[in-house]
Ligand binder design. Structure first.
Ligand code: 5GP
Ligand code: MN
Length: 330
């Protein structure tokens, strides 16, 4: 059965889940769908594996989000009686951390809405569109398919717009389609204040965050001599020095990629028990394949992430050795 028929059965108990290390698209698409399904009369809860960054905490509905790390018992109970589980902005259970077990074991009807490559087969229904710039755009399509565009209020449109803006680099990436702009135009026609959203997303830096940016660009950014790859790495001591909060390092990797001639950039950040990385590229450099091969990760062709369970020095060595091999095979 498709999700549209499933929803039409009557009032459902719905859980919306999205990936670990939430971002503007996972939270924006989840909350947009949350407000829409509430309007349709369902009982809805949004669950994420771990905390979301402060720069999106103003989105309508964030106070209702259940973080699994902090609400295990409650979430387990909700999943137990859920009739539908939405899986947004991820396509493999490995992306939802500790939530994977409870969601994987649940017998509720599962619906995936996602735009990443290579979806795993764990859902009853899938809307997997890798040509979409964001999952938020697919949520708009979903509402449009249900002929419910007139239900779009400010809570829905701010969340959709945030997902589109953050995942498309503010309408810059090649993944942006004419449809993306048509959606933005429609949301503005319906009363969305787009400029206040850009302000809330991008003009809310803390002094510490800007100091970290200065330090990273001045002292940590380097370009490899033999291949067009730029790297910024931060040790645990350095991140502690700048009192980094979730989301504070967002966008650093794009500065590295902006260097003329550079085709791939890596932001490599040491955590307590692992090293987390973000990869970005221009043109035909598939960083998702690189991340998948060497860092147990994935993502999109030009934006991917991964992790490595070792110290920073060994991670950097592993990275530099393999990125050279990777570039030789391109
Ligand atoms: P970011 O660098 O912003 O954390 O992630 C960039 C893209 O890569 C996002 O689309 C994200 O979903 C994906 N991504 C980030 N980390 C991982 C990971 O550990 N595994 C996989 N499969 N994808 C990731
Ligand atoms: Mn996304």
């Amino acid at each position: 059965m498709n999700i549209y028929d499933k929803l039409a059965e009557g009032d459902h108990q719905i859980i919306i889940t999205s990936h670990r290390s939430p971002d503007g698209d996972s939270i924006g698409s989840s909350l947009a769908l949350y407000h829409y399904l509430l309007k349709k009369g369902h009982e809805v809860n949004v669950v994420v594996p771990d905390a979301f960054p402060i720069f999106i905490s103003w989105l309508p509905g964030t106070s209702e989000i259940l973080v699994y790390e902090k609400n295990k018992e409650k979430v387990d109970q909700l999943v137990d009686r859920a009739t539908i589980i939405f899986c947004l902005d991820y396509n493999d259970l490995s992306r939802i951390g500790d939530l994977a077990e409870v969601i994987g074991d649940s017998t509720a009807y599962k619906a995936m809405i996602d735009h990443h490559l290579h979806p795993s087969d764990f859902c009853d229904w899938m809307l997997s569109d890798t040509s979409s710039c964001s999952t938020a755009q697919l949520i708009y399509n979903f509402i449009e398919r249900e002929k419910d565009l007139d239900l779009i209020n400010n809570s829905i449109s701010e969340n959709i717009y945030c997902g589109i803006v953050t995942d498309s680099g503010s309408f810059r990436f090649p993944s942006v389609q004419a449809k993306t702009h048509l959606i933005a135009a429609d949301l503005i026609k319906r009363g969305l204040n787009h400029s206040s959203i850009h302000e809330r997303l991008f003009d809310t830096n803390t002094l510490k965050k800007l100091h970290l940016l200065g330090f990273s660009l001045n002292e940590k950014l380097r370009v490899l001599e033999d291949i067009p790859v730029a790297i910024i790495d931060l040790s645990l001591a350095e991140t502690e020095r700048f009192d980094i909060k979730k989301g504070d390092t967002e966008g650093l990797v794009n500065f590295a990629l902006s260097i003329e001639g550079v085709e791939m950039a890596a932001f490599i950040r040491e955590d307590t028990d692992k090293v987390k990385m973000s990869f970005r590229s221009k043109g035909d450099v598939p960083v998702n394949e690189f991340s998948n091969r060497y860092f147990n990760g994935g993502g999109h062709k030009n934006a991917a992430g991964g992790m490595y369970e070792d110290n920073l020095a060994n991670t950097l060595e592993h990275f530099e050795e393999n990125v050279r091999i990777f570039f030789k095979t391109l």
